[in-house]
Design a protein around this ligand. Sequence first.
Ligand code: SAM
Length: 225
Amino acid sequence: MREESRKGYADMRLRNIAGSREVIADCPYVVPEEEQERCPGTWREIFGNDNPVRIEIGMGKGRFIHTMAGEHRDFNYVGIEKYSSVLLRAIQKMQKEELPNLKFLRMDAEDVDRVFGRGEVDRIYLNFSDPWPKDRHAKRRLPSRQFLARYDRILREGGRLEFKTDNRALFDFAVEELSPAGWKAEEITYDLHGDERLMEGNVMTEYEEKFSSKGSPIYKYIIYR
Ligand code: SAM
C-alpha cells in the first residue's frame, strides 16, 4: 500500500475528541451500547416502519450513509463505526440535517451478527475498509471469509453486498475470498469512475473523494450468495 494512503487511513481516528463518548451516550440517533443485544429482530420497531434496512460497516465520518439516507427515504440505514471520535462527525452531520431513517451503532463489526437477526439486513456496504496489510491480520479485514460468514447470517436471501476501495491488494484479496466463502460476484470493476453504468447513483465517500481526486482508480464489487 502507498505510504501516503496508509497514513491517511490511520490519522482519521488518532485525533481523539474530548467528550465524544458523552455526546454519543446522549444522542438520539445512536442505539445505546447497553441496548444493542436487544436489537436482533427489532429493527422494524426501532425505525417504526417495515422498510428494508441497509447498513454501512466502517462508515467513518458518515457522508455516504447520510447522503444515501437523504436520497432514499423508503429505506432505513444503519451506520456502524468502531471509534467514538469518528462517529461524532457523523452525528454532527445529523445535527445539521436530521433524517428519521438513519441510526448509528458504535461497535466493532465483529459483533455485527449480534445486533441484526437472520436475514434482517437488505444490503451491506463496505467502503474503503482498513487494509490490515499483514498476513496474520487477514481475518480482521472486513471483506475476509470470516466477516463474509457473519454477513451471511444477517443478509436476506438475494441481498447484495457492495465493496469499494482504492487498495488493489485488499481488493484482490476480497475477490479471492469469494469462492471459498460461497459468494459470487454480480459486478466487478477495476475502474469504477470510468464505468458509466456502475457510476449511476454512485455516492462518494470521504475516502473515495480523497483518493479519486489524486488519480487513484477505485475498485468495486457487488456480491451475493
Ligand atoms: N467508509 C468511510 C469512507 O469511505 O470514507 C471511512 C473509511 S476509513 C478508512 C475506515 C473506517 O472503518 C474507520 O472509520 C474505522 O474506524 C472503521 N472501522 C475499521 N474497522 C472497523 C470495525 N471492525 N468495526 C467498525 N468500524 C471499523
